[in-house]
Design a protein around this ligand. Structure first.
Ligand code: SER
Length: 315
């Protein structure tokens, strides 16, 4: 039986992923870790340990303590936060990855999952249907750290045989845990503000198209990739995953079908520049061919579920 350790388990991806993996592999086989206090449901449903991902020794001791065979390393600073503290973000995002990769090598872990991002692309990257392999010239600290990380995960696979797997996530939309410090966060924030106040000020322009994905699709994609036969995987840097692409104004129009009185205005800040450097849509043919990636949610279905679930939460 696989024994899994998740870093950043209280984050946006980690929260959904921890519960799904516990469901699948058994509660006791999924060790959630984070630097912050977890929600009671996470603490009560399985093992939880405090872990600062910069503390390689503690990470090592947890791998030993629980006989860990797989790590999902999710802890990181996102794009907006990283621009405010570039050196710290570089340090945390890179050093923590190196700590995990080294453990993969020395402890002969079966598998490592590490998230990359559409942030690896930059101004010279083809904007629409961005191919799996193309020019990548990220101009954000977060994007630079993700691109460097992609090279390192591939390096550990090729040189040391560590079975690393990765997805270039688009913006992720979910209702369990809120994202923090990202450029795509508007697409989650808007639901909370719409329900709480009936109005929202968007920090991107109305036509800033970005690729996004609903969390249930992202979680399924992640687990499917981790469970795929190693021989079928042709990419060991990170897989493009497209999800659904839309502009803020298109999401607003969709929410307005349910909340016609919603008022939205646009006050783009520094994150607009980041959004402009990223693709508007992604080509994920390689992922579809290698491990049968498939999304279930479109903008309409996702919006309906988000409104229902966040509505229940804020009641
Ligand atoms: N959603 C992330 C961000 O906006 C991108 O990976 O920073």
């Amino acid at each position: 039986m696989e024994k899994i350790l998740i870093t950043g388990a209280c984050g946006q991806i980690g929260t959904d992923l921890t519960f799904e993996l516990r469901e699948r592999y058994g509660n006791d086989n999924v060790v959630a870790t984070d630097i912050k206090e977890p929600e009671s449901e996470m603490k009560e449903s399985g093992p939880f340990e405090f872990l600062d991902v910069m503390d390689a020794e503690k990470m090592h001791s947890l791998v030993k303590k629980y006989n860990i065979t797989q790590i999902y390393h999710l802890a990181a600073l996102l794009s907006g936060t990283a621009e405010k503290m570039p050196l710290k973000a570089w340090d945390i995002n890179m050093q923590s990855l190196m700590n995990v990769l080294e453990l993969g090598r020395t402890e002969k872990l079966n598998r490592i999952f590490w998230p990359s991002s559409i942030a690896v692309f930059g101004p010279s990257t083809p904007k629409q249907n961005t191919p799996q392999t193309c020019v990548m010239d990220p101009n954000t600290v977060y994007g630079i750290s993700k691109l460097a990380g992609e090279r390192w995960v591939q390096y550990y696979y090729e040189k040391y045989g560590v079975d690393t797997r990765s997805i270039r996530y688009p913006g992720l939309i979910s209702y369990k845990a809120e994202p923090g410090g990202g450029t795509t966060d508007y697409a989650v924030e808007i639901f909370y503000e719409a329900i709480r106040k009936g109005e929202y000020t968007c920090f991107l322009k109305e036509d800033a198209a970005l690729p996004m994905q609903f969390m249930p699709d992202a979680i399924k994609a992640t687990i499917d990739l981790m469970e795929a036969d190693s021989a079928s995987l042709s990419v060991r840097s990170s897989y493009n995953v497209a999800g659904i692409s839309f502009k803020p104004e298109e999401m607003v129009a969709e929410i307005k079908k349910h909340m016609p009185d919603l008022k939205v205005d646009y006050e783009p800040d520094f994150r607009q520049d980041i959004a402009e450097s990223w693709p508007g849509s992604i080509d994920d043919t390689v992922a579809r061919e290698d491990w049968s990636l498939k999304n279930e949610y479109d903008l309409e279905r996702m919006t309906k579920v988000m409104l229902e679930e966040i509505g229940k939460k804020l009641k």
